[in-house]
Ligand binder design. Structure first.
Ligand code: NAD
Ligand code: UGA
Length: 458
């Protein structure tokens, strides 16, 4: 093994991405480092730090052979000339741009650490999602010392979605590599292209200038989130007009110019990236004086908040204008199915709002209960955590589906109904249940963007 790759940042992106590269390129030695020793210990154990279908098998096949997890960031920088950086880039919480701009402190620290420890020239690859023009700042920091060592900065944003990360990495729609259009830039780009070309057809590997690559990542997330906010606005109109949002989405999505994906109305989008990346885009637009453009994209986030608040208001009105003292069970807490990740999950907002209404909240989820506990720690309210959905629903006045886990589709709702307080309500924030069947059982059913099915006289 004479080729080596390093990834700094062993998170949701760094771990799975490097495991896939190690599996597809057995002649490369792939090292993943992190400053968080617990995370690295977990990557080296049987209890991986993240849940992702297929990840355990991939790690088992590569770890200790050509994939290594370590906390020795400095040593790894010295030993590797190709360095992916996949550290977190959250929204800034302080100073100028707080609540909007990307917090680049982890990125900049990594760049300085690379500079301090490098004893040969390096290719540094932005894997994290970053504001357009970050590479320029990185180049300036990295090339600030006249010591004969040079650095080429590339952009290679990651498009995987959680819950399907392994499938997305194995068979991506595209891989994007942005570089400087110089001889050195092209050489660096080819070194990375060579890695992906081991398993990805050449026509799906896009090469662009570095700024297009950085910006495309933000824009891709903004477009995806915009589709969800768009269909969610229509769900509100459907609820007023007896149209059915699923039927509308199907009719609209069958137009091949529009496409069928990402048109599922829901309680709102969550996840660590959509909101942060759109706000980052909004901040950039304002920075460049593009107020109208900024306002346009900011509404995508605004509508997402509106949709979550609408969900609470629908619960409140349906349940006779008071939720105080009522026991409400949340089916799901993860921001989407097949992950334990709860970052920016709409369930956090809903649980917090229910607590403000003085409800007792029972939280059930097959993978996300420990994260849920952390998310709600410190929030005033009565929260219970029960993994078994049948136990969780016992004695509740209402169920609210927060996550589209398959298990919720196939539960015995008759049994659940029997053990609930009457009248029993279902608020399906993902439109995954058989609403007619639940209604026949006795539930009053409130889907998103469809007429409710209730047993009350109008
Ligand atoms: P994460 O928080 O799960 O992981 C980041 C890791 O970087 C952490 O373990 C942290 O300890 C480590 N780190 C921070 N500073 C470091 C330093 N100086 N040296 C070594 N390690 C350091 O984040 P993530 O979800 O993997 O996201 C990483 C980047 O990828 C973000 O920019 C995100 O926007 C982007 N992204 C995420 C996803 C996703 O599905 N989560 C998908 C595409 C892109
Ligand atoms: C998203 C993008 O899909 C990835 O391409 C991107 O790499 C990633 O963000 C990132 O940059 O972090 P992810 O957030 O993991 O991936 O998951 P998505 O499948 O995009 O779902 C995001 C949210 O939208 C979830 O809460 C999901 O339930 C919701 N959603 C999705 C809807 O409400 N309706 C839909 O039709 C689709």
């Amino acid at each position: 093994m004479n080729k080596t790759i390093l990834c700094i940042g062993a998170g949701y992106v760094g771990g799975p991405t490097m495991a896939m590269i190690a599996s597809k390129c057995p002649d490369y030695r792939v090292t993943v480092v992190d400053i968080n020793p617990q995370r690295i210990a977990a990557w080296n154990s049987d209890n991986l730090p993240i849940y992702e279908p297929g990840l355990d098998d991939l790690i088992r096949a590569t770890r200790g052979k050509n994939l290594f997890f370590s906390t020795d960031v400095e040593g790894a920088i010295r030993d590797n000339d190709i360095i992916f950086v996949s550290v977190n880039t959250p929204t800034k919480t302080f100073g100028a741009g707080a609540g909007m701009a990307a917090d680049l402190q982890y990125w900049e620290k990594t760049a300085r650490q690379i500079l301090e420890n490098a004893n040969s020239s390096k290719i540094v690859i932005e894997k994290s999602t970053l504001p357009v023009k970050t590479a320029l700042a990185m180049e300036r920091i990295l090339n600030s010392q006249a010591n004969g060592i040079s650095f080429d900065v590339l952009s290679n944003p990651e498009f995987l979605a959680e819950g399907s990360a392994i499938r997305d990495l194995e068979n991506p729609d595209r891989v994007l590599i942005g570089s400087r259009e110089t001889e050195r830039g092209r050489l660096a780009r080819n070194a990375i292209l060579e890695i992906y070309a081991r398993w990805i057809p050449r026509e799906r590997i896009l090469t662009t200038n570095i700024w297009s690559s950085e910006l495309s990542k933000l824009v891709a997330n903004a477009f995806l989130a915009q589709r969800i906010s768009s269909i969610n606005t229509i769900s509100a109109l459907c609820e007023k007009t007896e149209a059915d949002v699923a039927e509308v989405a199907r009719a609209v999505g069958m137009d091949s110019r529009i496409g069928a994906k990402f048109l599922n109305a829901s309680v709102g989008f969550g996840g660590s990236c959509f909101k942060k990346d759109i706000l980052n885009l909004v901040y950039l637009c304002r920075f460049y004086g593009l107020e109208e453009v900024a306002d346009y994209w900011e509404r995508v986030v605004g509508i997402n908040v509106y949709q979550q608040e609408r969900f609470i208001m629908s619960m409140l009105t349906a349940m006779f204008n008071t939720l105080a003292g009522k026991r409400i069970c949340l089916f799901g807490f993860a921001f989407k199915a097949n992950t334990g990740d709860t970052r920016e999950s709409p369930a956090i907002f809903i649980a917090r709002r229910l607590a403000e209404e003085q409800s007792e909240v029972v939280i059930s989820d097959p993978k996300a209960l420990s994260n849920a506990r952390m998310d709600l720690a410190g929030i005033d309210g009565a929260f219970h955590y029960i993994e078994d959905p049948y136990e969780a629903a016992k004695g509740c006045h209402a169920l609210a589906v927060m996550t589209e886990w398959d298990i919720y589709r196939t539960l015995d709702y008759e049994k659940i109904y029997e053990n609930m307080d009457k009248p029993a309500f279902i608020f399906d924030g993902r439109n995954i249940l058989d609403h007619k069947r639940c209604f026949q059982i006795g539930f009053n059913v409130y889907p998103i963007g469809k007429p409710p099915l209730t047993h009350f006289e109008v």
